[in-house]
Design a protein around this ligand. Sequence first.
Ligand code: GAP
Length: 563
Amino acid sequence: MEKIVALCRRRGFIFQNSEIYGGQNGFWDYGPLGTELKRNVRDAWYTDMVRSHNELRVPRGAPSSFQMVGLESAIIMHPQVWKCSGHYDLFHDLMVDCRETRARYRLDQVRCRQVTVDGGTVPGQLSQEGAQAVRPGDQAEFETVYVTSTAEDVSGDLTAEALRVFGLKKKYADRLVWKSDVITLDEIPESDYCRVVAPGATRAGTLTAPREFNLMFKTIVGALGSEDDAAFLRPETAQGIFVNFRNVADSTRVRLPFGVAQIGKSFRNEITPRNFTFRSREFEQMEIEFFCHPDQSRAWYAWWRDRRYQWYQDLGISSERLILRDHDASELAHYSVGTADIEYAFPFLEDGEYGELEGVAHRGDFDLRSHMEGRLVRSADGHLEVERDEHGQPRYRGSGKDLSYFDDQTRERFIPHVIEPSAGADRATLAFLCEAYHEDTQPDEHGKPQHRTVMRLHPRLAPITAAVFPLIKKEGMPEKAAAIYGELRAAGLNCQYDQQGAIGRRYRRQDEIGTPFCITVDGHTASDDTVTLRDRDSLDQVRIPAGRVVDEIQDRLRAAGCD
Ligand code: GAP
């Protein structure tokens, strides 16, 4: 992962936000190449999910044909939206503070393991802090404590932490006696907190009791600045679609089933943003709310789940590192009959662990009803009903607007069910970057082995499609290369022209940023009007007529699925 992060910075994919001022945790900036890559991710999603569907053609395996339309709603919405959606009351994480280090942690992100020391075999190795932490007073036995780490891959980390806590040298690692598996802090009863040594703390028992922390960023709208003017930056784009359901249905000729798609920024004040862009405070979502008849919703759920899983594979993610994980009943939101996560084996995770790329949820009629009637809760008999206060009034009033759908063919009125494939543009981009990263050794133009880093990005995603080089800066080669470069750009392909340095180094520069094709004008070009075309992955070099470069690259792009 460190190599990928370093490459992203070095080659201008992703930078730490406000880096010259020391950075702002949880925020990232996309550099010139990252901007192209992320734009290609968004464009691929929009083309494949929105533009490729129409009401006349049934996609493979789908229950019927359907329409998709786009939407761009504002980031700041009426505060009532978040009250009815449940985000105002329920969108929080549990966190604890360490009184000693002043750090704040999300409960489910602190990994811990119970450990003690085989005391009889460790002669006087305790540091002063260690002695205080685990052997208060003159007790003969070492105490059992929980050592902790916030790393995803904790195996080495927890051992190092245990040695530090007990004040032991590395050579005594075999005297550590582990008393539990690795668990997370939310699995420990609060009564045991007195035995937890927080990350970096010198003694046990410094954690506060868990508290709820709402993840929405608050802001003030208007000049008066009172609490009545408080508003929130949206934590998901989905609500913008639900509150516009009526507008979309009335202003277009869409008929059920149809989907509304939105790409846009979302904001969450994550307690512990981490793992590069994986968990950020400002990020971009690509969400679809697909509205259908309740009787068909299970079939649509299954179709969208499989369609979205396939999409990542079509763009080069190997099925070995991608899983589709159906939530079990205990994980389901109270309104959902099914949710699946599409997860990727990010390199910052332990072997066998996966991180969420996208969630595909069956949301029933929960959202549209909440915005009609007011926030819904599950009643004792399992039905969704409006939450009421002590006076029997709705706790949060809905809009009161009719968000039902009337099918003029069946003469039926109902509240549509919703299937929500919700993806993260930054997480998808990160997964494509991780998947693309390869190192190999290849012979250079003189047959000498050369180590190269190559980003095997799918040609649809690669920031630069082709690079054009003159072999040397004379004999008319730069002029010829510039002409070919101009033709490629005129054909709408994003290209680079490079005449600096040895040809091998220029190839490696392009390999490192994932450029699928390189075209070189050389000594033969002047006599036979041919150039070499080099393929990034196979390293095959073929001579083709200079006049065919654009067609040849377009043919190869089509063969790779870039229509
Ligand atoms: N409307 C449903 C919803 O927002 P979610 O699982 O909370 O569901 C959907 O978010 C997707 O948004 C995630 O699968 C992930 O790709 C992305 N996402 C969520 N929180 C994120 C964060 N803090 N940083 C980057 N991406 C995030």
